[in-house]
Design a protein around this ligand. Structure first.
Ligand SMILES: Cc1cc2nc3c(=O)[nH]c(=O)nc-3n(C[C@H](O)[C@H](O)[C@H](O)COP(=O)(O)O)c2cc1C
Length: 174
């Protein structure tokens, strides 16, 4: 069974990154915009799910993304996704929103954990400059943070390293 890439976006940056990841990973289907899906039933037919989520609702405890992901969180939490591997990438701005960098990743992560998914693709925080993030689990982010606003020159190399890591953690990609 294949690996699917899903994203939601407000100004298009998360979609652009999803397309770049699709090219790097050579996934069989193009990325899908969550806003175009009426249900998430197709998740059950996948071995691996890669999700792109931006953060817009600064400082919020819930509905941190401000995109179509927010309406899908409860549905994801009630799904049975045991055995499926899930990786998350987040779009944010580590300069302007340095206290809340990519906060939405952790909220989505928590609902996939509730559904029993095996979470992969954690990234160490060392190479990022920011003050705080709800998406930190110890020394690592619970996914790949990307900053197309302040550090867009780093996105290609961050994506390439992550794609290599995912190929190890999601053998279905090979
Ligand atoms: C009003 C506003 C609020 C934002 N809040 C946050 C935030 O809390 N944390 C963060 O990391 N980025 C924040 N951002 C930056 C966006 O997440 C970033 O521009 C992202 O790339 C947008 O992705 P999209 O084009 O896919 O919607 C905010 C941007 C705006 C304009």
């Amino acid at each position: 069974m294949p690996v699917g890439i899903y994203f939601a976006t407000t100004t298009g940056k998360t979609e652009d990154v999803a397309e770049r990841l699709h090219e790097l990973l050579e996934t069989s289907n193009p990325p899908k915009d969550l806003a175009d899906l009426s249900s998430l039933d197709e998740f059950e037919g996948l071995d691996g799910i890669i999700c792109g989520i931006p953060t817009w609702n600064t400082g919020a405890d819930c509905e941190r993304s401000g995109t179509a992901w927010d309406e899908m969180l409860e549905t994801i939490g009630s799904m049975k996704l045991a055995g499926k591997k899930v990786a998350i990438f987040g779009l944010g701005d580590s300069s302007t929103y340095t206290e809340n960098f990519c906060d939405a990743m952790e909220e989505l992560h928590s609902y996939f954990v509730k559904a029993g998914a095996k979470m992969v693709g954690y990234v160490r925080k060392d190479s990022y400059t920011f003050d705080d993030s709800k998406s930190l689990l110890g020394e690592s982010f619970c996914g790949l943070p990307l900053d197309e606003d302040s550090e867009s020159d780093l996105t290609d190399s961050r994506l390439q390293s992550w794609a290599q890591e995912l190929k190890h953690e999601m053998p279905e990609l090979n």
